[in-house]
Design a protein. Structure first.
Length: 267
């Protein structure tokens, strides 16, 4: 299905994980993709090659989303194409402190670091790229689409740390404010994944602990599955496609039902 043919898309933090999966799926659907990364050019080039293998044009841009300068670099890349139809603010970081009652596990710098990428980053990216998103609207007559990768953590208050949870809650409320503020030219939505099997958790624990984490996720999730990047990306791309043309300000939970909790009632 090449329903995104002719569209220009930029995905932040798309050298790895969920961002890479969304970039490749955008390419498979015909979009030209700008892959952003901050650290590993090898991973980003690999992601861009996968986009090209899917038949799309792809460019790699190194930029830190938490700075206005980095966002200006991304805007420059999109500006060379004269428009931006799809912006996915996916780059994110955390600090792992899973005991939310241990207040000594985090300090102010942890909050500021996480907020700089997870909250200020999407805002700065949008600030830099708004004219190009508006240009796409003016050229196509179709609202351009911004998608923020948030987290179920920001909805239910369980996640890798209190700083991370608070940042994704802030991203969700920012999504609502910007959806209202930027209509009718730009739609703004969030996807709120539950657990995703990416390096996120793999880097934070040894293999045995990771396997136990996956089993715990499967046991606590109503659908009894642990999601991978493709499971989230398939649902997320609904929010940047024409199928969601009348959807803005939506916080889409893609968490295998984890927000529901398991019923305490006996069947
Ligand atoms: P990941 O670590 O593979 O992806 C994050 C990407 O963001 C990396 O490529 C990283 O280099 C990039 N990044 C970090 N800081 C950046 C900066 N300042 N500028 C540009 N890029 C930067 O992990 P994953 O899991 O794919 O995470 C993607 C998104 O999904 C994040 O926003 C995360 O909060 C969110 N998420 C992840 C969950 C999980 O269980 N792994 C669950 C719910 C949400």
């Amino acid at each position: 299905m090449k329903d995104l043919e002719g569209r220009i898309a930029l995905v932040t933090g798309s050298g790895t994980g969920l961002g890479r999966s969304m970039a490749v799926k955008l390419a498979e659907r015909g979009a030209e993709v700008i892959v952003n990364y901050s650290r590993s050019s090898a991973e980003a080039e690999e992601a861009a090659d996968l986009c090209r293998a899917a038949g799309a044009q792809a460019e790699v841009v190194k930029a830190d989303v938490s700075t206005a300068e980095g966002c200006a670099l991304m805007a420059e890349a999109a500006g060379r194409r004269g428009r931006l139809d799809i912006l996915i603010n996916n780059a994110g970081i955390t600090r792992h402190a899973r005991d939310h009652g241990n207040l000594d596990a985090l300090n102010k710098d942890d909050f500021m670091d996480v907020y700089a990428v997870n909250v200020a980053g999407p805002f700065l990216a949008l600030q830099a790229m708004k004219p190009l998103l508006v240009a796409a609207y003016e050229q196509s007559g179709r609202a351009s689409a911004v998608l923020n990768t948030s987290s179920i953590a920001g909805v239910i208050g369980i996640g890798s740390s209190v700083a991370y949870i608070a940042s994704k809650g802030a991203l969700n409320s920012m999504t609502l404010a910007l959806a209202r503020g930027l209509a009718p030219q730009i739609r703004v939505n969030s996807v709120c994944p539950g657990f995703i099997g990416t390096r996120w958790f793999k880097d934070a624990m040894d293999e045995e602990a990771y396997e136990k984490q996956v089993s715990a996720v499967e046991a606590s999730t109503p659908l009894e599955v642990a999601s991978g990047p493709d499971d989230i990306a398939d649902a997320a791309l609904f929010l940047v496609s024409d199928a969601s043309r009348h959807v803005t300000g939506e916080l889409l939970k893609v968490d295998a039902g984890v927000h529901l909790g398991k019923s305490p009632l006996r069947k």
